[in-house]
Design a protein around this ligand. Structure first.
Ligand SMILES: Nc1ncnc2c1ncn2[C@@H]1O[C@H](COP(=O)(O)OP(=O)(O)O)[C@@H](O)[C@H]1O
Ligand SMILES: N[C@@H](CCC(=O)OP(=O)(O)O)C(=O)O
Length: 360
């Protein structure tokens, strides 16, 4: 039996739709029943679901020549209602309440948004209500977009300190070649020391998916590095969640590294979310690289760029531009400029909020 206490389960567009792109209500009903089994076993569950665009597309006919971004916004904003209503009804028949959370990348970048979102989700979980997340496709266009919902699911798992991330898609897991090739084999376990696997992923996506298997693999590895066990499995198969729990169906399992503190999990995902940058001198660089528990002090900082508030994520780079790590700033940018390079100041980034990139 796989040990699971708190799981983020991501359901891909192709799981909630049939091959023709129509919402697959029978599949959704079955999957909600499967989630209910986990809930009855005392497992906390958060859902990240795609499908808003697919639901909208089947309800609203739009002209072929219409701007594709606008089309997606219209379908997603209308389709989200039908999608969440479907989940609400299906969970209600199993005796559970749900809540809807629509987010953008910006909500993970801004510490206040992040904490508000986290408090709300933890509050929902404490009341036994199932949070159902999706990207807010109305506002999330171009640079505000997650790569896809696999990224949102991975960020969510780190945010709530989940021990498990389950990515449900329309294949059994990661294959060592194109899944359509009969010679390709499913990879049952991916350890964190396994070499680069990107070359075996073909750019094929399922007909309505956004990111493809490569984002799933990238996000799965990132989560596993943070101590979260990750499963990529086939959400189109009956009894799949029970099967994963009992380990009697095929799936790909990503072994978790020994866990890190949740603060550091938040920071590890911060590379795209930092608000400012500091260049540190060589003395500070070697101090941080040592085995000692060390905070980054203003005396070790040569220059600061960007406008940030206390609590925002800052990227740390070396004098030659090399990426060193990320941390939560104890100063706002104006105050940081005043203490820069000075002795006897409080840490700029406290050790507990400092995440250093691994260099092989
Ligand atoms: N090596 C591989 N192993 C498994 N799937 C792969 C591989 N290479 C490409 N794929 C494709 O990735 C697809 C799943 O990704 P995606 O379309 O984003 O699904 P979802 O909608 O579930 O997020 C599969 O349908 C499969 O065709
Ligand atoms: N927010 C979009 C989901 C886009 C997406 O990431 O899709 P997928 O690759 O199937 O997980 C929707 O609800 O349609």
């Amino acid at each position: 039996m796989l040990p699971i206490h708190c799981a983020v389960i991501k359901i891909g567009s192709n799981v909630v739709t049939s091959d023709s792109g129509q919402p697959d209500e029978a599949r959704m009903k079955h999957l909600v029943g499967q989630v209910a089994i986990l809930l009855r076993k005392g497992i906390q569950v958060l859902l990240v679901t795609s499908g808003a665009v697919a639901f909208g597309r089947q309800e609203i006919a739009l002209q072929e020549k219409m701007n594709p971004v606008l089309k997606k916004q219209i379908w997603a904003s209308a389709g989200q209602i039908a999608l969440i209503q479907k989940y609400k009804n299906l969970f209600a028949t199993n005796g559970y309440q749900v809540a809807q959370i629509l987010v953008t990348k910006e909500d993970f970048r801004d510490r206040k948004h992040y904490l508000n979102m986290r408090n709300c989700i933890l509050g929902l979980l404490s009341q036994g209500i199932i949070p159902i997340l999706n990207e807010n496709d109305t506002v999330a266009i171009t640079e505000l977009m997650f790569t896809d919902n696999d990224e949102l699911a991975s960020l969510t798992a780190a945010m709530v300190n989940a021990d498990t991330l389950i990515l449900m898609t329309n294949v059994d897991g990661v294959y060592d070649g194109p899944p359509s090739d009969p010679d390709s084999k499913l990879i049952p376990v991916i350890g964190h020391k396994m070499p680069e696997l990107g070359s075996m992923i073909s750019p094929t996506k399922s007909s309505f998916g956004r990111g493809g298997m490569l984002t799933k693999l990238t996000m799965a590895r990132k989560s596993a590095d943070l101590g979260i066990q990750v499963i990529i499995g086939n959400g189109k198969k009956d009894y799949i969640l029970q099967g994963i729990l009992e380990e009697n169906v095929p799936f790909t399992y990503f072994e978790p590294k020994p866990s890190k503190q949740s603060q550091k999990k938040w920071l590890a995902h911060g590379e795209q979310y930092y608000k400012g940058e500091v260049v540190i001198n060589d003395g500070a660089k070697s101090a941080l690289a040592s085995e000692k528990i060390i905070s980054l002090l203003p005396i070790g900082i040569g220059s600061i760029s960007g406008e940030f508030s206390k609590g925002d994520i800052i990227r740390i780079i070396g004098e030659n531009g090399e990426k060193i790590g990320l941390g939560k700033s104890e100063y706002n940018s104006a105050t940081a400029l005043q203490v820069l390079g000075k002795k006897n100041q409080k840490p700029f980034i406290h050790y507990d909020y400092l995440y250093l990139f691994q260099h092989d």
